[in-house]
Design a protein around this ligand. Sequence first.
Ligand SMILES: Cc1cc2nc3c(=O)[nH]c(=O)nc-3n(C[C@H](O)[C@H](O)[C@H](O)COP(=O)(O)OP(=O)(O)OC[C@H]3O[C@@H](n4cnc5c(N)ncnc54)[C@H](O)[C@@H]3O)c2cc1C
Length: 405
Amino acid sequence: MRGTAAPGSGTVDLELTPEQREFSETVEKFALRELNDDLVGRDRDGVFAEKNWRKCAATGLLGLPVPAEYGGQDADATTTTAALEALGYGCRDNGLLFSLHAHLWAGVSPIVRFGSAGQKERYLPAMCAGESIAGHAMSEPGSGSDAFALTTSVTRRGGNYVLNGSKTFVSNAPIADVLLVFAVEERRRGFAGVSAFLVDRDTPGLTVSKPLSKMGLRTSPMGDVRLDDCEIPAACLLGPEGAGMAVFTWTMERERSFILATALGTMRRDLERCVEHARTRHQFGQPIGSFQAVSHRIVDMRMRLDVSRLLLRRLARLTDRGEPTAVEAALAKVYVSEAFVQSGLDAIQIHGGYGYSTEYEVERDLRDALASRIYSGTSEIQRDLAARHMGLSARTFGKEQRKSE
Ligand SMILES: Cc1cc2nc3c(=O)[nH]c(=O)nc-3n(C[C@H](O)[C@H](O)[C@H](O)COP(=O)(O)OP(=O)(O)OC[C@H]3O[C@@H](n4cnc5c(N)ncnc54)[C@H](O)[C@@H]3O)c2cc1C
C-alpha cells in the first residue's frame, strides 16, 4: 500500500489517494463496530482487551509498517497516519491504541529497520498476527529524559551476553512476549557503549512486575522489568554492538511521528461531540453554542485539530520521501500532544458536570491525553531537540552526544 508522494521542492501534497481514503474508511468502520465494548468497566479495572488486539491483527493493523513477505501491510507513512486517525476516531479505547503504538513503533519497527534476516523471520510474522506482543525497555528509575545515563549493564560470558539492571514505565511489559532492552558496557559507559537486545519474556533472570496503576491509558498495561544475570545468546543483539544510540534515536523519531496520529481521531470525535452538545443543550432559553464563549472554544478546538493534522501529514510525506524529519517530528509531538490535552479540557468544560462524570465518557480522553506530553520524550525535551537543530545550544544534548553523532 503506497501513496504518490512526489519528490518536490519543499512543498508537500497533503491529499490522500482514493486507495488511502478507502483503507481509512474500512479501518474506521471496523473500529466503531468492534473495539468499544465495556470500555467504562475496563478503564476502571485496568483490563487490556486481548480479544480486540487480535481483531486489530486480523485487520492488518499490527503489521502496518512491516513488509508483505513477513505478513505485514507495507504501508507508507501517509497511509499509516490516515489509517491511524481513522482508528483513533472509531476506537475510544485509547489504552488499546497506546499498546498498539508501543508494539508497532518501539518494538516492530526497529526490528524491520535493524533486524537480521533471522530476527525478522522469528519475530515479525507472529507480531503482525497478534500472537506476539512487543515492548521497549529504555527508561530506568534514575534515567528518563537523560536516557543515555542508563545503568543496566551488559557483559560477555563466552559467546553470550549477560544483562543486569532494572527498567521502569515499560508499556506492554506485563503482556509482552519480547522486550527491546537497552544496556551499556561497564567499560565503555556513555553513548558508544550502549547496545540493543531482543529479550524473550521467558528468559531466566527476566522478571516483570504487576501492572503499575496510572491515571490514564488504564487499559494499556505498564510494568517494571528486572534483569538479574539474564543470559541471552549473541543472536539477540539488534543492530551492531555499540549501536544502541542509533537504534534508540531512530526508533524514538519514528514513534514520535506516528504515536499521536490516533489522537487526531480522538480530537475529531470530541469536537463532533462538543458541537452536538452545544447545539442541543439549552440554558437561559438558548442552545449553549449560541454563547460566544462556548462557540469560540469549539472553533479553537477545530483550529488545533486542523493544524495537528497538517503537521502530521507533512511529517508523513517527508518520511515517505526519505527526507530528514528530526525537527518536524519534535514539533509535531509537542504541538499535537498539547492540542490533545487542550481538546480534553475543552470537551469537559463544554459538557459541564456531565463532562466530569465517568459514565458520560468525556473525562477519560483528558486522563489519557495527559501522558502524551511525557512519553516518547517530554515536551521540554522535544523543544530542546528542535532548538539544537536550529543551532541554539541546549544543555540536554552535550558535547559527548554531538561527538558521537
Ligand atoms: C504512559 C507512559 C508510557 C511510557 N512508556 C515507556 C516505554 O514503553 N518504555 C520506556 O522505556 N519508557 C516509557 N515511558 C517513560 C518515558 O519515556 C519517561 O517518563 C520520559 O522520558 C520522562 O522521563 P522521567 O519520567 O524520568 O522524567 P524526568 O526526566 O525526570 O523529567 C521530569 C521533568 O523534568 C523535565 N526535564 C528533564 N530534563 C530536562 C531538561 N534538560 N530541560 C528541561 N526540562 C527537563 C522533563 O521535561 C519533565 O517535565 C513511558 C512514560 C509514560 C508516562
